[in-house]
Design a protein around this ligand. Structure first.
Ligand code: KMH
Ligand code: ZN
Length: 282
């Protein structure tokens, strides 16, 4: 099996920014964007330097992760109004979020949503994704015309993705895009060998991005670029820019990804080209 490099837009690099996540506390990472205003500023800044999609988790007034419907809708609306980025909501949430709340994220009608392909140890926690839950997420996204990004934390989850597509059909938009998340403690290792092993299991015609958590950020980024893959970067996954140097802001990570994409002769694609690549209608 081989991922697609012939699809429109695949000559360039889709850069997704994941600015916040659910794991870092504001106390530990004071420059983490947590308010809607922060997210709007981040979206604008990151679009300017090469991002085409934003993967959003939202926080409450106390900067704690939440799946509050009103806040999700507000964030989707605000980012759409202030940027042209494709808006992807996380259905992964935090490890403590119940399935019903994670499914209800889709009612905020983002352009895209993440859909994790299996259960994985997540540091000292467990990120639970039962088969029936995965199927329900997939079906609800089909019904609502939301384009999934399948999150892959371990190699076996690529087998689950194939089963999902075989048994329940293609996603909205008809194209399969997945994100390899490497380097989570408990998931697949963040190195070149593991990226290469994943490539063999990616469904024909699918596109992929890759994300390396923590110190695996750069090895995974470079491996993905060299394999014709796309990139996800951001403070959800990385808060250290270089040894002993904290990330300044998300745009700094996007700018670095853009520069390396240009060097690889696969420059960043804009949001409209990314919509064509992913089959996002809006
Ligand atoms: N926060 C993690 C438990 C996703 O956004 O879909 C799950 C996660 C994946 O971040
Ligand atoms: Zn996430």
């Amino acid at each position: 099996m081989s991922p697609s490099t012939s699809r429109p837009g695949a000559h360039g690099t889709l850069i997704t920014v994941a600015p916040t996540g659910a794991e870092h506390s504001k106390a530990d990472v004071p420059n983490l964007p947590v308010t809607v205003e922060d997210l709007v500023r981040t979206a604008r800044d990151c679009e300017r330097v090469g991002a085409a999609m934003i993967h959003l988790h939202v926080r409450d007034r106390d900067a704690k992760p939440t799946l509050d419907r009103g806040l999700l809708e507000e964030a989707v609306r605000a980012v759409r109004e202030s940027s042209n980025l494709i808006v992807q909501l996380s259905t992964g949430g935090a490890v403590t979020d119940p399935e019903a709340d994670r499914l209800a994220v889709l009612d905020a009608l983002p352009d895209s949503a993440s859909c994790s392909m299996g259960t994985v140890n997540f540091g000292d926690d467990v990120f639970l994704n039962r088969w029936e839950f995965i199927v329900e997420l997939h079906k609800r996204m089909q019904e609502r015309n939301i384009v999934p990004e399948y999150e892959i934390f371990d190699l076996g989850q690529l087998t689950t993705l194939r089963r999902l597509l075989d048994e329940h059909g293609l996603p909205s938009g008809g194209h399969v895009h997945l994100d390899l998340v490497l380097g989570v403690p408990g998931g697949m290792a963040g190195d070149l060998e593991t990226v290469a092993a994943a490539l063999r299991l990616i469904p024909d015609g699918a596109t992929f991005s890759a994300t390396g958590v923590g110190r695996s950020t750069l090895p995974v980024l470079l491996a993905s670029l060299s394999a014709g893959g796309h990139l996800r970067v951001g403070m959800e996954d990385t808060t250290t820019y270089a040894r002993g140097e904290k990330v300044k802001d998300n745009a700094q990570l996007v700018a670095r990804a853009s520069s390396l994409s240009r060097i690889a002769q696969r420059p960043p694609i804009g949001p409209d080209e990314a919509r064509v690549l992913l089959g996002v209608a809006r």
